[in-house]
Design a protein around this ligand. Sequence first.
Ligand SMILES: O=C(NO)[C@]12CC[C@H](CC1)C2
Ligand SMILES: [Zn+2]
Length: 321
Amino acid sequence: LATVLVKGVGKGVLGDEKEINLDYRNGKYYMIDDSRNGVKIKTYDASDVPEIDFISKYFLPGDIMYDKDDVLDEEIYKSAVDAHKYAGYVYDYYKNNFGRNSIDDKGMDIISSVHYGNNLSNAFWNGEQMVYGDGDGKTSAPLTGALDIVGHEMTHGVTAYEAGLEYQGQSGALNESFSDVFGTLIEFEYQPEKADYLCGEDVWTPNIKGDALRDLQDPGSDKAYSKQPSYMKDYVNTTDDHGGVHINSGIPNKAAYLVINSIGPKKTGQIYYRALTTYLTNKSNFYDARLALLQSAEDIYGKDSKEYRAVENAFDSVGIK
Ligand SMILES: O=C(NO)[C@]12CC[C@H](CC1)C2
Ligand SMILES: [Zn+2]
């Protein structure tokens, strides 16, 4: 079935206008972007999907979103417009920087469902697709409004197809950290004018300026909603949160900040992508990540390089040695 690709315009969560690719068919404009060599980016409305569903996937993705015209500026489309546009940025980032063809590197369609749950300030990769809540307007605005969160969720998918880092303990904290790191690197690439080391700042507590969900530069800072350790000596042993995957990710996050700050986002991306796709495995721990990133830096830039030394110094600094 040939797609009739048309360019529409939409308004995102932050009220910003952007061009979006749609599929025009018998009088309706569907949120299907088929502009990337056969990979379809498809955005769905999960308003009627029972909230239990992110586990069972049974009722997802919901209904494909469409409008009667090519101007998607009504309230219900804001979150969908950003999910649609930002999924495209994330695809382009992985393709342009590493030659990766979609989440599985085999050209799979990229499915996003918005309006999931009831004012849910959360988002998931459910093993097959991305799922986003609308937030409650206090804790967060709709989560797709933050490119670093869309990058975070889609990177959970890449990690699942690659290292498969088990979502508990240190491997789970690495899983979370790689999602935060690539979310940040994607923000530097596509939103350089407002890129920073904060995660989710664009949608977190919309009524409070300057705070965020997490802070890579200073994981324990007051700006961060979830205060995290920065150093191995402060690793939190807990059974909560799959063994603290959103807590202890602060330690590799701090190391990543030091690397980015030293050699820049492009080179950091090359080293982290090679580690994620070549060396890390499902049970890798923080020390394994140090070795994987050092080996990747050596492969690409050589052992006697400032890039190698940046990784070495960063992991020394946070006590992973
Ligand atoms: O870290 C996360 N998931 O693993 C979050 C939690 C709040 C933002 C949306 C999803 C980031
Ligand atoms: Zn996550």
